[in-house]
Design a protein around this ligand. Structure first.
Ligand code: TYM
Length: 334
C-alpha cells in the first residue's frame, strides 16, 4: 500500500513497434485502472537487451514508448512513468532473487524456449533469467496487481512462487501480486494466422496492426485478414479468424460479442471487416494525434523522465534496503 491505495506495476519492452495487441491487452487496461491504484509503469529497456539492439534505435524506441504511455491517457503527474534502467534497484534486487530461483523453474518458461529457438545464435544468460528481472520489477514496488496479456501469465506465476519462497524464509517481506487480465483483448491474434499471437516481431507486417499505422494501412490490413468459409459472424473457437476480429471489435467499441454477433447477423465478411477496421482507426487516430502533440514538447517529457525516476527510485530503495537487511548484508554507515 502507498497511502490508502493498493499498488499496480506493469511494463512493456521498447523492442519493435507496439501493436494493437499491446494496446488492447495491456495499455488500455492500464488507463482504466490508473485512478484506483498507485501506479508504476515502466519502459523495460533492460529486458530489451536480452536480444541484440542497435543503441540509437533502442534509445529512440524507449522514448517513443514512454510518450505513448502518456498519449494513451496515463497522467504522468499521478502515475509513475519511468525507464527501468534509471532505477538501479531493479538489477540489485534481481541478483538477490536469482539466488532464490531454480534453474528447473526457468527451464520451463515457454517464452525462453520460443526466444531461444528464434535467436539460436545468442542464447545469453539474460534471456534465461529474464523472468527474474520481471519478478524484481514487480516485487520492488510491492505491487498488488499486474495488468498483462495472457502471454505473460507464466512469468506472473514464477514471480509469485519466488515471492512466496522468500517470505517463507524471511517473513512478510513481499506483497504477493495478482495478475489482472482484461475481459476483452487479452490475446489478440495475428490477422494472417489466427493461431499465432499478434507480435511486434512478426516477419509478416500484414499480420499486425502497429499503433502508428495510418488509416489506409489499417483498413487494408483488415480487408486482407484471414477468415473462413463458414460465412457467418459468430464468436466461436471453430472460427478463430472471425473470433479474433470480434475480440478486436469488442475491445475497441466496448460492445459484447453477443451484441456484435447480432449487429452483423446476415451481413457479409467484407462489411464486417470494414467495420472492425474503422473501429480500430477511431481508437488509433486520437492516440496518434496526442503522440504528435507530445513530441513537440521535449522539455515537458524530459521533466517527467527526471521526476518520475526519482519517485520510482525512492520506493524501490525502500524495498531493496529491507531485502538486503533480511538476507544479511551489512548495514550502511552514514
Ligand atoms: P511485452 O513488451 O511483450 O508486451 C507488453 C504487454 O502487451 C501484452 N501483449 C498482448 N496482449 C494481448 N494480445 C497480444 N497479441 C499481446 N502481445 C503483447 C503483454 O502481455 C504485455 O502485458 N516481459 C514483459 C514486460 C515486462 C513486464 C514486467 C510486464 C517486464 N517486466 C513486469 C509486467 C510486469 C513483456 O515482454 O511484455
Amino acid at each position: 500500500m502507498i497511502g490508502d491505495k493498493k499498488v499496480l506495476f506493469s511494463g512493456m519492452q521498447a523492442t519493435g513497434t507496439l501493436t494493437l495487441g499491446n494496446y488492447l491487452g495491456a495499455l488500455k487496461n492500464w488507463v482504466t485502472l490508473s485512478d484506483e491504484y498507485e501506479c508504476f509503469y515502466s519502459v523495460v529497456d533492460m529486458h530489451s537487451i536480452t536480444v541484440r539492439q542497435d543503441p540509437a534505435t533502442l534509445r529512440k524506441r524507449a522514448r517513443a514508448l514512454l510518450t505513448l504511455y502518456i498519449a494513451a491517457g496515463l497522467d504522468p503527474e499521478k502515475n509513475c512513468i519511468y525507464y527501468q534502467s534509471h532505477v538501479s534497484g531493479h538489477a540489485e534486487l534481481m541478483w538477490i532473487l536469482n539466488c532464490f530461483t531454480y534453474m528447473g523453474e526457468l527451464n520451463r518458461m515457454t517464452q525462453f524456449k520460443d526466444k531461444a529457438a528464434k535467436h539460436a545464435d545468442n542464447i545469453n544468460a539474460g534471456l534465461f533469467t529474464y523472468p527474474v528481472l520481471m519478478a524484481a520489477d514487480i516485487l520492488l514496488y510491492q505491487a498488488d496487481v499486474v495488468p498483462v496479456g495472457i502471454d505473460q501469465m507464466q512469468h506472473l506465476e514464477i514471480t509469485r512462487d519466488i515471492a512466496i519462497r522468500f517470505n517463507n524464509i524471511y517473513g512478510d517481506v513481499f506483497t504477493i501480486p495478482e495478475a489482472y487480465i482484461g475481459k476483452t483483448g487479452a490475446k489478440i491474434m495475428s490477422l494472417q494466422d489466427p493461431g499465432k499471437k499478434m507480435s511486434k516481431s512478426d516477419e509478416n507486417p500484414n499480420g499486425s496492426i502497429y499503433l502508428m499505422d495510418d488509416p489506409d494501412t489499417v483498413i487494408r490490413k483488415f480487408k486482407r485478414a484471414v477468415t473462413d468459409s463458414v460465412g457467418c459472424v459468430r464468436y466461436s473457437d471453430e472460427q478463430p479468424g472471425i473470433k479474433n476480429l470480434l475480440d478486436i471489435y469488442c475491445a475497441c467499441t466496448g460492445k459484447t460479442p453477443a451484441e456484435a454477433e447480432k449487429e452483423f447477423d446476415g451481413r457479409g465478411y467484407g462489411e464486417f471487416k470494414m467495420a472492425v477496421g474503422e473501429a480500430v482507426v477511431d481508437v488509433l487516430k486520437p492516440l496518434q494525434q496526442r503522440v504528435e502533440d507530445l513530441n513537440r514538447d521535449k522539455a515537458y517529457i524530459d521533466g517527467i523522465i527526471r521526476d518520475n525516476a526519482r519517485k520510482a527510485d525512492y520506493y524501490a530503495t525502500k524495498t531493496l534496503r529491507k531485502v538486503q537487511k533480511k538476507v544479511g548484508f551489512p548495514e550502511r554507515i552514514r
